[in-house]
Design a binder for this molecule. Structure first.
Ligand code: FCB
Length: 476
């Protein structure tokens, strides 16, 4: 089937009653106010201020100024008819030094935000960690050290007690794959370290942080929230004589390194073998796997595109990085460096260079249902960057993004028709924002942000999504 094929372009499809239509953002990408009300630097402040790390030297200092404009942003969400808002809480606003003093002003901000959502009939879906680790915790070793998981557990306790009476869904981590492998292996994300063994230690401590946080949130939340984690699954295709082995390796490092301990209570044996030359996994202590293996209500799925990998029996001279978020250096695939090569995908592409493959989303949802039959799923991110142009009348026609979304909603609907228990869908992103290493160069919003005036304009895709959210039917 061709990637851009009309098979994934249905209008008129109806989603079931109660299906959640939402939109997502993350603290460092939208809030700004980086030095206000007691917030101290996170690893992304440090990274973005390091010359050469982020496109154009962009930082999240101002971003979308959501910290000051949250009320009108919530009004906008209400106008769009969103059922839910997935946002993240900035750890450095809550426990600015990572350990020690709690900053009430930070808690108050999110408390007002949550009340504002509830007043507008929008369900709060809060992520505790979308990559903004307090810098002092990185200075003390970061995710490769166990104490970071201890500090995260305390932060989860604080947030459970503060907001656990009102949050609809708690999400512990966003895409630990990126935090571990891009942050500590490949180095294209903060803190920018390229140390394969540290990346695997980070994988484990992120898993541990997830399990401990679920327990801490459960113990402190007085409402009846749902619990979740968001993973960015790799939908892999293999090439060459060892295609199946290439896929197996990618899935072990990218997917099963997280679903294994979180959902089955074990690290996959093949993952431990693949990485044996890098680490002996002795950082896994007695009781850790039980702590990590906590029941969750929904599994968050982020999906943008597919990857194609080839295995070279350790002789390839080529650079092995997954181009997904990559910039340069290191490896996002510890233990498979020099073995796995990521090949260019067939188009069409978004402005990120990511291939558009809605069938990958259908395939992923079906595969998760097969692997974890009783686990409800939620698409917590899907969307596309394109180089939008503002029309003379001030409107923002973005037919490519609209088409991308239509195809992916169609794919999700198909998966549901085949029995997948998909509860909802969050478009990435509500607003154009700080796209990590790409700064403000890549626009994912269904709402345009003019970064000079900070003015918001709903794009054509936003109007389209509002019709979908309000009617539950994929519009023309
Ligand atoms: C995901 C991130 C999100 C955003 C999108 C485009 O990996 O979770 O913050 O950058 O990609």
């Amino acid at each position: 089937m061709r990637a851009g094929s009309d098979d994934y372009r249905d209008s008129g499809l109806v989603f079931p009653e109660g299906f959640t239509f939402g939109s997502a953002t993350a603290s460092y990408q939208v809030e700004g106010a980086a030095q206000e009300d007691g917030r101290l630097p996170s690893i992304w402040d440090t990274f973005s201020m390091t010359p050469g790390r982020v496109w154009n030297g962009d930082t999240g200092d101002v971003a979308c100024d959501h910290y000051h404009r949250w009320e009108s942003d919530l009004d906008l969400m209400k106008d769009l008819g969103l059922d839910a808002y997935r946002f993240s809480i900035a750890w450095p606003r809550i426990v600015p030094a990572g350990t020690g003093a709690v900053n009430q002003a930070g808690i108050d901000f999110y408390s007002r935000l949550v009340d504002g959502l509830l007043e507008r009939g929008i369900r709060p879906v809060a992520t505790l960690y979308h990559w903004d680790l307090p810098q002092p915790l990185e200075d003390a070793g970061g995710w490769p050290v166990r104490a970071t998981a201890d500090a995260f557990e305390r932060y989860a306790e604080i947030m459970g007690a503060a907001l656990g009476d009102r949050i609809h869904t708690w999400t512990t981590l966003n895409e630990p794959w990126c935090s571990a492998y891009l942050g500590y292996g490949q180095g294209g994300h903060a803190p920018g370290r390229a140390e394969p063994a540290a990346a695997l230690a980070a994988v484990h401590h992120l898993n541990l942080a997830h399990g401990r946080a679920v327990q801490a949130l459960r113990a402190t939340s007085t409402g009846d929230p749902e619990y979740s984690v968001t993973l960015n699954f790799h939908v892999a295709r293999g090439r060459g004589p060892q295609a199946a082995e290439a896929v197996r390796r990618v899935e072990a490092l990218a997917n099963r390194a997280f679903t294994g301990p979180m959902l089955r209570g074990e690290y996959p044996a093949d993952l431990l073998e693949d990485t044996a030359s890098v680490t002996d996994w002795s950082f896994v202590q007695d009781g850790d796997l039980e702590a990590i293996h906590q029941p969750i209500d929904v599994l968050g799925v982020n999906y943008y595109s597919t990857v194609t990998a080839q295995l070279w029996d350790g002789v390839s001279p080529r650079q092995m990085n997954d181009g997904h978020k990559a910039v340069a250096g290191g490896t996002a695939w510890p233990g498979s460096d020099g073995v796995l090569e990521f090949l260019e995908q067939p188009g069409p592409y978004t402005a990120m260079g990511w291939n558009i493959a809605p069938e990958g989303l259908e395939e992923l949802l079906l595969s998760l249902r097969e692997q974890f039959p009783d686990q409800a799923l939620m698409v917590t991110e899907n969307g596309a960057a394109f180089d939008d142009e503002v029309a003379d009348d001030g409107s923002v026609p973005d037919p490519e993004r609209l088409d991308y979304l239509r195809r992916h909603f169609t794919a999700a609907h198909r998966a549901m028709q085949q029995g997948v228990d998909l509860r909802g869908y969050f478009v990435w992103s509500l607003l154009d924002n700080f796209e990590w290493g790409y700064g403000y160069a890549k626009r994912f919003g269904i709402v345009r942000v003019d970064f000079d005036t900070l003015e918001r304009t709903v794009k054509q895709s936003g109007e389209w999504y509002a019709r979908l959210a309000k009617t539950g039917t994929i519009p023309e």
